[in-house]
Design a protein around this ligand. Structure first.
Ligand SMILES: C[S@@+](CC[C@H](N)C(=O)[O-])C[C@H]1O[C@@H](n2cnc3c(N)ncnc32)[C@H](O)[C@@H]1O
Length: 299
């Protein structure tokens, strides 16, 4: 996680404000309606830790006032963006969950590319949903280069990288990373695809070129329908923050977005069990991937 987000919680020197039961319910329901993120009763401290600093900045006395500010103040749209920045968990890294990425690079990507070649098209779309500070879509871009090599210039490729938080997207667009973000990236990959920039490393332009970063809300089912359709969707470590109803809705959006024969990748601690029977699970060593069958599955 970048140091940009180290200020999410109040510092140990500052005391966080207490949220009453009523205020918690109001804010929890508001956050759920706006983002799909569900904060359980036993995680009240999240609201207190992450939002107390903001209340102090706005000179608000309690969380009830903050709720009214979010609902009715003329600056509520800007505040909503700040709220999203505070409540989202943006932890990520390059090459996160290597066994799953190996399956992507060696098996799924090759299969999808062969299918496209057979259909005489070279248009590939990948959706990285909940891309955070960019490590996931840049990793996918590296893998595309590794597989296609010089042939990549003959392909029309776009990775649609989407997140709710404008702050993480701004950070992702810079393409600048510390050694910490690259801690699990093979040395030869760092040498090949990054340039040193001061104390940081910057991703090379050929990776940036493949990615289109954009703000989007996974709870906005209608808005997501406007996104171009994909052969592959990555949504890892995101639905873990949603309740079952929202998980079903979001997985339904991925199903609709995927072209027949397309694949969905979710986080290793996440599952579609009791959420969706539309996809056909494919079991590979180190990863389960979800196929949208050509004939269409059951919803
Ligand atoms: C833990 S990070 C995961 C990043 C990356 N996919 C990975 O696995 O390393 C979760 C990301 O999901 C984003 N997110 C949460 N709710 C979202 C929503 N409703 N719409 C879009 N993005 C959302 C957060 O802002 C955060 O950046």
């Amino acid at each position: 996680m970048s140091s940009l987000f180290a200020n999410k919680t109040v510092s140990p020197l500052q005391k966080s404000l207490k949220v009453t039961d009523e205020e918690f319910t109001q804010l929890r329901d508001f956050i759920y309606k706006e983002s799909g993120i569900f904060i359980a009763e036993n995680r009240k401290y999240l609201i207190e830790n992450r939002l107390s600093g903001r209340l102090k900045e706005l000179n608000l006395k309690n969380f009830g006032e903050y709720y009214y500010y979010l609902r009715f103040d003329p600056r509520r749209k800007d505040e909503l963006a700040k709220l999203f920045e505070s409540i989202t968990t943006n932890e990520t890294s390059f090459y996160r969950n290597p066994p799953q990425l190996q399956v992507f690079q060696d098996i799924i990507l090759k299969k999808v590319l062969d299918k496209l070649r057979a259909a005489r098209t070279k248009k590939l779309r990948i959706w990285s949903a909940g891309c955070s500070t960019g490590e996931e879509p840049y990793t996918l871009a590296i893998m595309l280069h590794e597989v296609l090599k010089a042939e990549i210039v003959t392909w029309d490729i776009k990775i649609n990288a989407m997140d709710l938080s404008l702050a993480v997207l701004a950070s992702a667009r810079t393409g600048l990373y510390t050694d910490y973000a690259l801690r699990t990236t093979p040395k030869e990959i760092i040498q090949k695809y990054f340039l040193p920039k001061g104390a940081q490393c910057e991703v090379k332009p050929e990776l940036k070129k493949l990615i289109h970063f954009q703000q989007g809300n996974l709870s906005d089912r209608l808005g997501l329908k406007r996104l171009e359709r994909s052969q592959i969707v990555f949504c890892r470590n995101v639905i873990i923050y949603f309740d079952d109803e929202m998980k079903k809705q979001v997985i339904g959006s991925f199903y609709d977005n995927l072209l027949p024969g397309g694949y969905l990748f979710i986080g290793h601690s996440e599952s579609l069990h009791n959420i969706s029977r539309s996809f056909k699970p494919e079991y590979h060593p180190g990863a389960i991937v979800y196929l949208k069958e050509e004939t269409g599955g059951k919803i």
